[in-house]
Design a protein around this ligand. Structure first.
Ligand code: NAP
Length: 462
């Protein structure tokens, strides 16, 4: 049997439910908090009091690293999800269940049990604050969610057992969804694989799905990358392509097959926002969502493009930057540059659009030909100029100075005419592939809480 790992804030019932579930499955129940107490010969409140939370987290990491790979039910401490290495270890080869409860129920349960405070706030406020703080990681920990507020531990254990036996996708929904996938442009080998996983006689009911939502989505490297990562990290997931002219239809199909998440690409990054229950602040500011995470019936939208743009230029904090273009990806770039405290000037073919974007992010703006007077440290190309089959560069060779860093967001071809010219001029260069790598890494973290080293992604894409 796969390991079953229970996640959730303290007071959501992990120990009680885990004990019953393990008994019914006839396997041991391993509670990480109890293992820490056994191993150290001290109670958790005493570890917190004498050595502080950091030492407790070290002990927790050690205990999690030593857990058996199968045939057990594991109950985790409420904060274990915050550590990406813990998530990598706990998620490998496991079925993960997130237990939740409303704040009043958690407050009542915790008032009965002595636990060390995590903040100096009154209990109820602390619970609310900690759950909000950990919300992303809890969503990332869930293959299946269970609200335990109004159920007994026995009922909750029964529901988890039924999930383990039957999964969450009813057979008719599998059939309908597959007919929809088969009617679209999914390439034949991918369609055959999806058919076997969704409706085949040998299907594993616990296999869950994610995919790229786009129209078209055939060009995306994400299915290849994510499916390799699932193999590497022991995740029972499959990543496919949701291609349709309507994002509403895609969202319906995704919900019908209880998808874990979607990467969102052209032309849906704006339109998808109307289909979501919650949107992260950065995505709201940028006006685009490229990542959707479904957990506990809620669809949350995020933008990882800006993080993918920010990462390779983190060392250029405070630089003077020129951003070429004022479209969708330029908004993510403007947000990233502003976040790094750069002095940004946005130049665009249509200056009025540069002005609108600049005013939104507190930048300067101008027409394309204003470039020559600016002498920036960093140039970011957010136009399609140079994208195959286009062979133009947005800047002339004489405009490139060796002191500049040139960042082209266009990634087909991998070395664009702008990057080739910048290298010739002696500039430091960053290619659009870097954005794909770093934004995919952030997406994976949002989906599963695991931090994939960028070297692993590079190796897979090579
Ligand atoms: P978009 O919303 O259509 O915006 C295109 C921008 O480029 C607009 O500002 C437009 O100016 C300008 N532009 C278009 N053609 C031009 C031309 N011939 N000369 C000068 N300016 C021109 O597109 P987007 O979604 O922002 O994407 C832009 C490019 O970024 C894409 O082509 C893609 O290569 C790249 N991208 C890379 C990644 C990555 O992961 N690396 C992700 C997304 C996009 P006007 O306002 O005057 O029309």
């Amino acid at each position: 049997m796969r390991r079953c790992v229970l996640f959730g804030y303290r007071g959501t019932g992990k120990t009680g439910i885990g004990t019953i579930l393990a008994r019914r499955l006839n396997v041991p129940f391993l509670d990480t908090d109890a293992l820490i107490e056994e191993g150290s010969g001290r109670t958790i409140p005493i570890i917190f009091r004498d050595d502080g939370e950091e030492r407790f987290r070290d002990l927790e990491r050690e205990v999690i690293a030593a857990l058996p790979a199968g045939n057990c039910v594991i109950g985790t401490g409420g904060g274990a999800v915050m550590d990406a290495k813990n998530m990598e270890r706990l998620r490998a080869g496991s079925v993960c269940v997130l237990l939740t409860a409303d704040l009043a129920t958690i407050g009542r349960r915790l008032a009965r049990a002595p636990r060390p405070p995590l903040t100096s706030l009154p209990l109820q406020e602390e619970i609310g604050q900690m759950i909000t703080h950990r919300r992303r990681q809890y969503a990332a920990s869930a293959d299946f969610c269970m609200d335990t507020s109004a159920t007994s531990p026995e009922e909750a254990a029964d529901e988890i057992l039924s999930f383990l036996e039957q999964g969450t996708i009813p057979a008719p929904a599998r059939e309908t969804a597959f007919r929809w996938f088969a009617s679209g442009p999914l390439p034949a080998p991918e369609r055959a694989q999806l058919e076997s996983l969704l409706t085949g006689p040998e299907r594993d009911v616990q296999t869950r799905f994610l995919g790229i939502a786009g129209w078209p989505a055939a060009h995306s490297k994400s299915p290849f990358l994510f499916n390799r990562l699932f193999e590497r990290y022991g995740l029972n997931y499959h990543y496919t392509r949701f291609e349709d002219p309507s994002i509403g239809t895609i969202m319906r199909v995704a919900r019908d097959i209880d998808a874990k998440g979607l990467s969102v690409t052209i032309p849906f990054k704006k339109d998808v926002m109307a289909c979501l229950d919650e949107i992260d602040d950065a995505a709201q500011q940028i006006g685009a969502v490229n990542t959707v995470v479904f957990a506990c019936g809620i669809a949350r939208g995020y933008n990882t493009d800006w993080l993918g743009i920010r990462k390779p230029i983190t060392g250029l904090q405070g630089a003077r930057a020129v951003l070429l273009g004022a479209g969708g990806v330029a908004a993510a770039a403007a947000y990233a540059l502003a976040d790094l405290g750069m002095e940004v000037t946005i130049l665009n073919r249509t200056p009025a659009k540069a002005r609108t974007l600049a005013e939104h992010f507190g930048c300067r703006w101008g027409a394309w030909d204003a470039f020559d007077g600016l002498n920036p440290d960093l140039v970011v190309n957010a136009t399609p100029l140079g994208m195959q089959p286009d062979t133009r560069s947005p800047l002339r060779a004489d405009q490139l100075k060796k002191e500049m860093t040139v960042f082209d967001l266009v990634y087909t071809p991998p070395v664009t005419p702008l990057i080739a010219a910048a290298r010739k001029a002696g500039c430091a260069t960053i290619t659009g592939t870097e954005v794909f790598i770093h934004q995919a890494r952030e997406q994976f973290r949002l989906f599963f809480g695991i931090d994939v080293p960028d070297t692993v992604i590079r190796e897979i894409l090579a």
